[in-house]
Design a protein around this ligand. Structure first.
Ligand code: ZN
Length: 132
């Protein structure tokens, strides 16, 4: 019996901890993709839909209010989903050109030359950064 209540306490404790951490301690995610803010918005809409269902169940919302709010959220969800799918195929950024191994501007003294050189005519140092 002691073991059982310990297990229950552990499960409840981790559950509370998970909810608590998720609510306030997680940092804002970095925008890693052009659709990151849309994915975030989508998650918010799902959250709102869950809240609506909860409020309906506890009697804070009437069935009519629930249906009306749900319709608005579902419409927004469809828009967001369409935007995510629409931007997915067209958002291939051009890759930057790799820098040439030789340069016509000295990285050490800044001298300019008409042609790319291996060594600077001014300071004699290698023109390109050393690569191994
Ligand atoms: Zn130089």
């Amino acid at each position: 019996m002691i073991l059982l209540s310990a297990a229950v306490a552990l499960v409840l404790g981790s559950l509370v901890y998970t909810l608590f951490v998720r609510a306030k301690d997680l940092p804002e995610p970095e925008p890693v993709s052009p659709t990151a803010h849309l994915e975030e918005r989508k998650a918010q809409i799902y959250d709102n839909l869950r809240d609506l269902q909860f409020e309906l169940r506890v009697g804070k919302l009437s069935e009519a209010d629930y249906q009306a709010s749900k319709l608005i959220l579902q419409k927004e969800l469809a828009q967001v989903t369409a935007q995510i799918e629409g931007s997915g195929s067209t958002s291939v950024a051009p890759r930057p050109e790799p820098r040439p191994a030789t340069s016509n501007v000295c990285p050490h003294c800044g001298a300019h030359f008409a042609q790319p050189l291996k060594f600077c005519g001014e300071c004699g140092k290698p023109m390109a950064e050393a690569r191994s």
